[in-house]
Ligand binder design. Structure first.
Ligand code: OSB
Ligand code: MG
Length: 366
């Protein structure tokens, strides 16, 4: 596919409520959109890096520079999503930047051929159950109100963000009030190896999993924790590639894997991780990065793969944004529909895109 250029567009999307995690509070998402275009072809990508390097080392201004100065100049005259892995390989790190370009190129390619992201990735379902990730709150009553509202809306699974000082009590309160719901927690690397006994105190609550309790590079610590806890360990931040996933599984560092295309450099690597986990009987679920409707469309396609056997962090548009960038995704009977149109199957609504845009840059390709 021949591309004429790439548009780098910065938008700011206010979240419906601030989202607090162990690494900080997000109020707005500062999003970098990548639009590739050529003769009668266009494709959209969303960079999931946040404003600051707090979830991982990446941040949106850095990724924008990496895309402009180091990734786009490497694009060959005939671009294919499949070829990008080798093309971008010399650039160290920055998987979210690479993933954003890949997402746009793949969208353009699939629109041309009339195939959906879901069909391309190998999805086997047209609807998927939706989970919701619930931020750290100022008080337990506030948390219980938030969880009650999500359950009322039909979410199939609740994930509580935890950190030291906000872990056993919120989990106990949610279990006592709502009983036998599907419940899991995410620590975003807020604990250390010495917290093993404390984390073991979560075991009696029958959680589906605990996500990323220890730092990204501490696979051995996770393996020790996995042996000491009955709660299954799921890794998010640590799973940066298919090789990292294979290592984690071999070491016994996790028995469940969260896959985020941005974190692993794109949907093609995400698919390889899915396949590897499926071959090892390791359940996979689709993580989220508070994406707009663009990223959500691709995540839904991934979440519909056969190995994604647990509900993902793919919530309805109104969990994140009063007005989403695309037609809003809605929850129906606890399920989200997987887009079936060509490519992502959705595109930004022009008025909303215009309203939220802060600046736009066009890079012409040779
Ligand atoms: O760790 O899963 C995470 C959001 C931003 C950064 C990291 C994480 C999250 C979430 C929200 O938990 C998932 C979502 O609903 O998009
Ligand atoms: Mg996580």
């Amino acid at each position: 596919m021949k591309l004429a250029g790439v548009e780098l567009r910065r938008i700011r999307m206010p979240l419906v409520t601030p989202f607090r995690t162990s690494f900080g509070t997000e109020v707005d998402r500062e999003v970098l959109l990548v639009r590739v275009f050529g003769d009668e072809v266009e494709g959209w990508g969303e960079c999931v890096a946040a404003a600051g390097p707090l979830y991982s080392a990446e941040y949106v201004n850095g990724d924008e520079q990496v895309i402009r100065d180091f990734l786009l100049p490497r694009l060959p005259a005939d671009v294919t999503a499949r070829g990008l892995g080798a093309v971008f390989e010399p650039v160290r790190g920055h998987p979210m930047a690479k993933a954003a370009v890949e997402m746009a190129v793949l969208d353009a390619e699939l629109r041309l051929s009339g195939m959906s992201y879901a069909a391309y990735l190998g999805a086997t379902r047209t609807r998927v159950p939706a989970g919701v990730s619930v931020g750290i709150m100022d008080s337990i009553p506030e948390l219980l109100d938030a969880v009650a509202a999500y359950l009322q809306q039909g979410y199939a699974r609740i994930k509580l963000k935890i950190e030291p000082g906000w872990d056993l009590e919120p989990v106990r309160a949610v279990r006592e009030r709502f009983g036998d719901i599907l419940l899991q927690v995410d620590a975003n690397a807020a604990y250390r190896r010495a917290d093993l006994r404390h984390l073991a105190a979560l075991d009696p609550f029958g959680l589906l999993l605990i996500e990323q309790p220890l730092p990204e590079d501490d696979l051995l610590g996770h393996a020790r924790l996995a042996r000491a806890l009955t709660t299954p360990i799921c890794l998010d931040e640590s799973i940066v590639s298919a090789r990292a996933a294979a290592d984690a599984i071999t070491l016994g560092a996790c028995s469940i894997v969260n896959v985020k295309a941005g974190r692993v450099g794109g949907y093609l690597e995400a698919r390889r991780i899915h396949d590897l986990c499926a071959a090892h009987g390791v359940p996979v679920w689709c993580g989220g990065m508070l994406e707009t409707g663009l990223g959500r469309a691709a995540n839904l396609a991934f979440a519909a793969l056969p190995g994604c056997t647990l509900p993902g962090d793919v919530s309805a548009s109104d969990r994140y944004y009063t007005r989403d960038l695309t037609e809003p995704f809605r929850l129906a009977d606890g399920l989200m529909s997987v887009p079936s149109g060509p490519g992502l199957g959705v595109a930004p609504l022009p008025d909303i895109l215009h309203e939220f845009t802060e600046r736009t840059d066009v890079v012409r390709l040779p």
